[in-house]
Write a protein that binds this ligand. Structure first.
Ligand code: SF4
Length: 579
């Protein structure tokens, strides 16, 4: 198994996925053998298996079921019901090895109601009757191909197209336009378009590509970050399903402009079900001379793309952690600078951009910069794709010019009586009704694309608690402020929700949130406290109404807790008691 997988791809994650698929887990013997066959230190392989939540040391069921824990596509009641019907505890494998059921962070199906993955395949719109039916099929060991086909129906759900989704782009058009115009002029077009990275940080794409092109190195690399893991985000699912050609085209023209011969698309583990489709698109592009050697007959234009499937680590959406992961390591963010444009994959100059950015670049290469720059507002040129989910009538993908107001978006998606919107996912901004005239854009509400709507009936404390749990789970553990701070914040919200909190806890949470934000090593930690901070600032009433008392109340009675000590020391005088 190891030798076969290694012959297909040199990436450690690929080999470990193959081992796990074969054995339903990664046995210790396999860890040692992978290390030998890939000539890697045992500790590196062992550490990688431990780091990624989709790699398992003990056997998973032949039906390995993952429920989403996201506020949009998760439903804990359905998970509990299936566990009960199949007689298996959460995160356990049934003794006969038939089934395992666990929860994971968002699986990118937020526009499809409650959803789950069975052996990596998504099931949408599940409800109680479907769960009962699933339990029977699992008990009967019915192969997935015999399950009702409508359960597996995943729609693109594009509700509003704009500049990018409305562009009728044929494979090769962008590359031909680039070759006709020349590398320098095309790079200038990318700069002039004002395109900024669509992941949320918004660095100028043209500047990034220029810096990488100018950087010295033995080789240059292009990496597409398709690891969108922010709860509430699912636009890449649609883009990779229906616009993969343009993603690869954007990567290929980037390769020509910076002088790269190798690219990698890092696909989030939850989107493994798209792998065969993406590989088919790559194969077709090779046949059309849009990948490979002397692309489109241009001597020396050599470039090809590998797909590397992630393994359930949100932190790998951070570009330096993603590069570590590509190198077969734990996804721990690097110290920056140096930045990937000069020291990226294998220490060489590397461009990392996300799916939407490469799509925009391909279209700009075809239509030129004014086509793109004419749309948007201020320093936010072009359009933004949003994944809209939550309490609205029409969840799905919407494309808007930058500058659109939150109020307009809510109206379009059929959201009524909205009390809050989470713009940009848990790491973004949680805003209330008084701020619905704010606008999407790098100058105001920057977003990677998640737009979660919360109606008046939502318990906002449980929403904030869900986000706090997400960050505590996804912290990579490298630095103390984030590792410990996110857990303390999660515990704080849980304590308030349980009705045991006091004003002291709220003050502590504010202090802790500020510390996590200021002192964490990478972007995950620096934004992990946002839901709690925004919640305390904009929705203080949801915390305050759950407070047990206004003064500090400890979790336990300290004097009673000393009783055992008094007995051991045989001392029970007044000074052995707390006042
Ligand atoms: Fe890891 Fe969090 Fe520190 Fe980032 S901030 S390096 S995710 S522990």
């Amino acid at each position: 198994v190891i030798a076969h997988a290694h012959s297909q791809s040199a990436h450690l994650l690929h080999v470990l996925h193959a081992v796990q698929q074969h054995f339903h887990h990664i046995p210790d013997e396999a860890v040692a053998e992978v290390a030998v066959q890939l000539d890697l230190p045992f500790g590196q392989v062992d550490g990688v298996v431990d780091f990624y939540s989709f790699f398992h040391r003990s056997p998973r069921g032949r039906y390995d079921i993952l429920f989403s824990s996201c506020t949009s596509c998760g439903d804990r009641n359905l998970m509990a019901k299936l566990c009960e019907l199949l007689g298996v505890a959460p995160d356990q494998t049934r003794a006969d090895g038939l089934v395992s059921i666990a929860e994971t962070s968002c699986i990118g199906m937020c526009d499809h109601g409650a959803a789950m993955l069975v052996n990596g395949v998504p099931l949408a719109q599940i409800d109680a009757p479907i769960v009962t039916h699933i339990a029977k099929l699992v008990e009967a060991e019915a192969p997935l191909v015999t399950w009702p086909a409508e359960w597996f129906k995943v729609e693109d759900n594009v509700r509003k197209s704009g500049l990018l989704l409305g562009d009728d782009f044929a494979p090769g058009q962008g590359l031909r336009a680039m070759l006709a115009r020349g590398a320098d002029a095309t790079l200038e077009e990318i700069v002039l378009s004002g395109l900024r990275g669509r992941g949320g940080a918004g660095f100028s794409t043209g500047t990034k590509w220029k810096l990488c092109r100018e950087a010295q190195g033995e080789a240059h690399y292009v990496v597409c970050n398709a690891d969108e893991g922010e709860p509430g985000t699912f636009k890449d699912r649609m883009l990779l399903r229906s616009h993969a050609d343009r993603v690869f085209e954007g990567m290929t023209l980037c390769a020509f402009l910076i002088g790269a011969e190798r690219g990698m698309l890092y696909l989030r583990g939850e989107y493994r079900h798209l792998l065969l489709h993406l590989q088919a698109v790559l194969a077709r592009r090779r046949e059309l001379s849009l990948l490979g050697e002397n692309i489109l007959g241009q001597p020396g234009f050599n470039f090809d793309i590998d797909i590397v499937v992630g393994a359930g680590a949100y932190i790998c959406g951070e570009e330096s952690a993603l590069i570590e992961s590509l190198e077969g390591k734990r996804g721990v963010p690097r110290v920056r600078p140096p930045f990937p444009v000069t020291h990226g994959y294998l220490g060489q100059p590397t461009v990392v951009n996300n799916v939407e950015t490469f799509i925009a670049a391909a279209s700009i290469a075809l239509h030129c910069s004014p086509w793109f720059a004419a749309v948007g507002s201020g320093k936010s040129a072009g359009s933004k794709l949003l994944s809209i989910s939550g309490d609205c009538a029409k969840p799905g993908i919407y494309e808007y010019p930058f500058g659109v107001s939150v109020r307009q978006i809510l109206e379009d998606c059929g959201a009524l009586d909205t009390q809050a919107v989470q713009v940009g996912g848990p790491s973004g901004s949680l805003i209330g009704a008084s701020e619905f005239d704010r606008k999407l854009g790098f100058e105001d509400l920057s977003t990677g694309g998640s737009f979660m709507v919360f109606g008046a009936g939502r318990d906002m404390l449980s929403v904030i608690g869900n986000f706090a749990h997400f960050f505590a789970h996804e912290s990579c553990g490298f630095c103390t402020p984030c590792r410990v701070g996110t857990t303390l914040l999660k515990n704080g919200v849980d304590k308030i929700a349980a009705g045991r909190g006091t004003q002291y806890d709220l003050d502590e949470m504010r202090r802790m949130a500020a510390l996590v934000k200021r002192r964490s090593h990478c972007g995950l930690g620096q934004t992990a406290a946002n839901p709690v901070l925004d919640g305390l600032q904009r929705f203080p009433q949801v915390f305050e109404k759950r407070l047990a008392q206004r003064d500090f109340v400890p979790f336990f009675d300290p004097d009673a807790a000393l009783e055992q000590a008094r007995q051991i020391t045989r001392r029970d005088d007044a000074k052995a008691h707390l006042e």
